[in-house]
Design a protein around this ligand. Structure first.
Ligand code: HEC
Length: 116
């Protein structure tokens, strides 16, 4: 009868790891998170929730190209987001970094679709 506690422990472990996996789609990869922190984007944006600016998952739904997102980081168009205050242009973000952020924002749309 000693097997039952083990079975329960096993089930618990499985459910804990499934819970951790559920959170994966909105987790920010470490290299992107570093950039978003460095350029203070996270002060106004979250991956999946509105803060001062729109959630990046919402931006992803607009189906911009990576290059268009880079352009919008440098020259925001507040008219795209009625009801939000205007975002300040972030021209100090190097293009390589902006492209990396843009690629990640767009990946939020495809990872939602492919959600298992
Ligand atoms: C002070 C707050 C603030 C900061 C800091 C900020 N944003 Fe924004 N962002 C906003 C707001 C508000 C909007 C919506 C209004 C607008 O586009 O002007 C927005 C919109 C956006 C959009 C959507 C553009 C569009 O037209 O669809 C992108 C992409 C974006 N931000 C990326 C970034 C990135 C990347 C950074 C960091 C380099 C950043 N933001 C920093 C507030 C901010």
């Amino acid at each position: 009868m000693k097997k039952i506690p083990l079975l329960i422990a096993g089930l618990l472990l499985v459910s804990i790891s499934t819970m951790a996996q559920d959170k994966k789609p909105t987790a920010i990869p470490a290299d992107v998170e570093k950039l978003l922190t460095q350029y203070a984007c996270l002060a106004c944006h979250k991956a999946d929730a509105k803060v001062i600016g729109p959630a990046y998952a919402e931006v992803a739904k607009k189906k911009y190209t990576d290059a268009q997102i880079v352009e919008l980081i440098y020259t925001p168009k507040p008219a795209n987001w009625p009801g939000f205050p205007p975002m300040a242009p972030m021209k100090h973000v190097p293009k390589d970094d902006a492209l990396k952020i843009a690629g990640w924002i767009n990946s939020l749309a495809s990872s939602k679709k492919q959600k298992i």
